[in-house]
Ligand binder design. Structure first.
Ligand SMILES: Nc1ncnc2c1ncn2[C@@H]1O[C@H](COP(=O)(O)OP(=O)(O)OP(=O)(O)O)[C@@H](O)[C@H]1O
Ligand SMILES: [Mg+2]
Length: 348
């Protein structure tokens, strides 16, 4: 917007006024033949109207300007934006348009912020509700076993060690829930800092399998690594987080696998990436539930998952980790046939 100084403006107005008056004198005196007195009266009246118009306009302008400036100042004070970023308020800018523009922008920003807060509030409500729901079962179990032991069970050799080991199992369950909750909360708030290095994912998978062998043996499930390439390939990723990915996926294949089942961890070379697939021949997931398995706290069959100690956080954590590596994960499954979880990692 053009920025005139008050002096320039006054000078230009006076100049135009002088030219108009000289023109008026010439027209009245020579073209219309008016007497000098009447010419003088017409000129004075015209001057009077023009000057009154400018005085009135100035008074009104200042009156409105001062009030709008007050409104503008209040808006500026409310706005949390850095004041130095604001455009200086100028006599000759269109004040109403500027106020309108600022108020609209401010209202839109506030609306967005309110939506975000509502979303956050809903998220917290759900999160707290789910957390207390998940912790309730082990807490009540521990309470039940402890009371039985206190009320004489401690002396009963048939139950005391059995109940104590059940208490320990429930405490371990609480520890794993709290650990998963911490992980998901960090991941969902983007507080994850990856330590990217090069490593061979087959060695890592082998290590995870050795740790989970005992669990697999309980159900007589065999775990097998199948690379589909000759030469060893390294990936660029955070091995600690990828260990968690392998652990959660292989644990799921055991928990939701059949007795005497089979889990394959396959590795495919995809030029820029390695594709890794964990496939079981377990119970499978129905089509209508497939897209929901990555939601936090989602379990297809709540009763079955509770038996196997599931919180519904495992796959949500896995998805966040893979996405933090800017890679993809997806799931294929058929009820009664089995499930495949496939994800990519960037090759070195
Ligand atoms: N390999 C699989 N076969 C069949 N169903 C599966 C498989 N993996 C996951 N699911 C289904 O998806 C749900 C979500 O899995 P997820 O790993 O997120 O949670 P969870 O295993 O129930 O609990 P946890 O937090 O202990 O892992 C499971 O409850 C299960 O119903
Ligand atoms: Mg799981």
């Amino acid at each position: 917007m053009q920025n005139y100084s008050a002096n320039t403006l006054a000078f230009r107005v006076s100049l135009i006024l002088a030219i108009v008056l000289v023109g008026l004198v010439v027209v009245l005196k020579y073209s219309m033949g008016l007497s000098i007195e009447w010419t003088f009266i017409v000129i004075v009246t015209a001057c009077f109207f023009i000057i009154s118009f400018f005085i009135l306009r100035n008074i009104l302008y200042n009156f409105i300007y001062r009030r709008i400036r007050l409104i503008y100042k209040s808006i500026s004070n409310i706005k949390e934006d850095d004041k130095t970023k604001q455009e200086p308020f100028n006599m000759h800018t269109d004040m109403l348009q500027q106020v309108d523009h600022d108020v609209t922008a401010w209202a839109e920003k506030s609306k967005k912020e309110i939506e975000q807060w509502k979303h956050m509030l809903q998220y917290r409500k759900e999160f707290v509700g789910n957390v207390s729901h998940e912790l309730k079962t082990p807490i009540f179990n521990i309470q039940g076993y402890t009371l039985t032991l206190l009320e004489g069970g401690l002396e009963d050799k048939r139950i005391n060690t059995r109940y104590l080991s059940k208490i320990e199992k429930n405490i371990n369950r609480m520890i794993s829930i709290v650990r998963d909750l911490e992980a998901i909360s960090k991941l969902e708030h983007g507080e994850l800092s990856l330590r990217i290095i090069e490593f061979n994912p087959i060695n890592l998978a082998q290590d995870v399998i050795e740790n989970l062998e005992e669990r697999a043996n309980e159900k007589d499930i065999t775990l097998e690594i199948v690379p589909h390439y000759e030469k060893a390939h390294l990936v660029e990723a955070d091995p600690e987080y990828i260990r968690q990915v392998f652990t959660n996926l292989i644990l799921n294949s055991i928990n939701y696998g059949k007795e005497k089942g089979h889990t394959k961890i396959e590795f495919f070379d995809m030029d820029d990436n390695l594709l890794i697939e964990v496939t079981d021949n377990g119970i499978g997931i129905a089509e209508e539930n497939i897209l929901r398995v990555f939601e936090r706290f989602y379990r297809v069959d709540k009763s079955r998952s509770t038996q196997s100690g599931g919180t519904g956080l495992g796959l949500a954590i896995v998805k966040h980790i893979i996405e933090a590596h800017k890679q993809t994960i997806n799931v294929r499954s058929r009820i009664g046939i089995g499930t495949t979880l496939a994800f990519t990692l960037r090759k070195h």
